[in-house]
Structure formats: structure tokens, C-alpha cells
Design a protein around this ligand. Structure first.
Ligand SMILES: [Zn+2]
Length: 290
């Protein structure tokens, strides 16, 4: 699943190629059309397909940015300003290519779902093998209030204060620290892989409750989440199974993993254990983590 570093990488890949371009046309795959007809809301959420087109066709791409694991593309025409919001789910990806046939990865080419034809000769193509991702054309962010609850970006100064206050709330204080840091109202953009990797780096067992952690341990966890997300960005993200960035390239963060997806701990060589926490498969080293 693309997490913050992977999404950041996608944003950096697509932004220079789509900024300033106008969306000329939008095409949907049969799966998207059939999904709408059967009320399943496949990928395009919150509007009908016609309404999605009405809110995006003829609009110029003014700004592209990432918040947590979402990409926001601000678009406008003379009358209105809208936001195209994207979440990649498990296997979503964007490609910017002259034509669908230029996507070199067969599985992504086959599972294209939305094509934005731009006036600069490129197409912005959303592909998604498992179809858990979503695209929304919003008039403004109030139309999708869940994104307004996202914690500040982990790299900004107020993020630590926000995290410290949030984990002290009743909703999190008796929960495992892993559950807390996976929640985007606590820290934005820390998914399962990076949560596991941050906790081994902090030397903290994922199932310990927030209440049990000292002030120093809580700070340590936060710092390691920030470090591991930054390291992920610097390495172009982790490439697990079907994840590719917008250039069709794989990141190399998976080579830096200490426990995630490992049989033995990279730090000490002892067996890595697994446990389901917050519905996610959690990897940890009982030797390095206390
Ligand atoms: Zn270890």
C-alpha cells in the first residue's frame, strides 16, 4: 500500500508534467462504469460519473500537493475552483504518458480506470489493480470532512505537540502505540510498514499501550516515525508487491527495512515475530523492542 513517502514520490513525479495543463477529456474503464451502475462506487466516489466530468473537464491544473497519503490537485476554470482528491488504496498508481500503450508495466496498463487527457500531449492515467483507491472531484474540502481531521504533516513544527496531546485522549491512551500512530488524526501518513519500522528503530514493542510509555519513549516513537518517513522519501519509497511510482520505477526503501516483511531482525539476527494489531499484520523483534 502506498504510504506517505510513496505518495510524495508520485506527487513529485507527476506535478511538473501536469501543472499548467488543462483537462480536455476524461475516460472511465468499464469496471468504473459498471461499479457506478451497481451502486458500488468503484474508484470514483461521491459524485456520478457525469458530475465528475462536469467538475473537471476544461479545468486547468493550478496546484498539486500531498497531505498525508492523499494527493490533491487544485483545478480551476473561469467560474470555479475545484479539488481533485486521490487516495491510492492498496495498489493505485498514476502514470503520465503520451498514451495508455506507453505504460510499460503490463498489470497497470491492463487495470487502468481513469484517463485524464491533457492539452499538453500527456495523459494522466490512474491505474489500480485491486480497485481500493479513490478519486473525488470536490467543490471544496468540506465536501469530504474526513481529510480536515488529518494531523499536521509530520515534518512541521506543531506536529509533535499535536501528537502528544492526541495520544493522551481517551480514544488512544489505552490503545497499543502502534494503533495510535497508524491513525491519521494522530500522525499524518504513517501506514503499516513505516509504523513497524519506526517502532523497531525506537526499540518499543508495538503492543505496549500509550499509557505505559514514558514521556521520553513517546517522543522517541514520534521522532523515529519522522525519521523513517523522511528516509522513505529519500529512497523513493518502499516497493512492496505492485507499488510503482509515477515513472514506473520502484523505490528502494524496502532494502532498509529492519523487520517489515523479514524473517529475522536485521539489527540482531533473532527471529521476527508477527501479530495482528489494529487489523494490520505487525512485524516486531522481541529482542530489540521492549
Ligand atoms: Zn532484533
Amino acid at each position: 500500500m502506498p504510504e506517505l513517502p510513496e505518495v510524495e514520490h508520485v506527487k513529485r513525479g507527476i506535478a511538473p508534467r501536469i501543472l499548467g495543463a488543462t483537462i480536455k477529456n476524461i475516460a472511465f474503464s468499464n469496471k468504473v462504469k459498471q461499479g457506478k451502475e451497481s451502486g458500488k462506487e468503484t474508484i470514483i466516489k461521491g459524485t456520478t460519473l457525469d458530475e465528475f466530468i462536469a467538475r473537471t473537464k476544461g479545468y486547468k491544473i493550478e496546484h498539486v500537493y500531498r497531505r498525508s497519503k492523499y494527493i490533491f490537485i487544485e483545478i480551476e476554470n473561469e467560474q470555479a475552483h475545484h479539488i481533485l482528491m486521490c487516495h491510492f488504496g492498496m495498489t493505485g498508481a498514476f502514470f503520465t504518458v503520451p498514451d495508455l500503450s506507453d505504460i510499460a508495466i503490463e498489470n497497470h496498463k491492463k487495470h487502468w480506470h481513469v484517463i485524464f487527457e491533457l492539452d499538453n500531449g500527456l495523459k494522466l492515467i490512474y491505474t489500480d489493480i485491486r480497485r481500493f483507491g479513490e478519486l473525488r472531484a470536490l467543490r471544496d474540502l468540506n465536501e469530504y470532512p474526513s481529510v480536515l481531521k488529518i494531523a499536521p504533516e509530520p515534518f512541521v513544527e506543531e506536529a509533535f505537540q499535536h501528537y502528544s496531546e492526541k495520544i493522551n485522549e481517551r480514544k488512544f491512551i489505552n490503545k497499543p502505540i502502534k494503533t495510535a500512530i497508524l491513525d491519521h488524526s494522530v500522525i499524518s501518513g504513517c501506514g503499516n510498514i513505516y509504523a513497524c519500522e519506526a517502532l523497531i528503530r525506537a526499540g518499543i514493542l508495538p503492543m505496549r499501550t500509550v499509557k505505559e510509555l514514558s514521556k521520553d519513549e513517546r517522543r522517541h516513537v514520534f521522532n523515529e516515525v519522522v525519521n523513517v518517513l523522511q528516509e522513505g522519501i529519500d529512497n523513493g519509497g518502499s516497493s512492496i508487491s505492485d507499488y510503482y511510482n509515477a515513472d514506473g520505477e520502484k523505490g528502494s526503501m524496502q532494502d532498509k527495512h529492519m523487520v517489515y516483511g523479514k524473517k529475522v531482525c536485521v539489527k540482531c539476527g533473532n527471529p521476527v515475530e508477527q501479530q495482528v494489531i489494529a487489523t494490520r499484520n505487525t512485524y516486531y523483534c522481541p529482542n530489540c523492542q521492549k
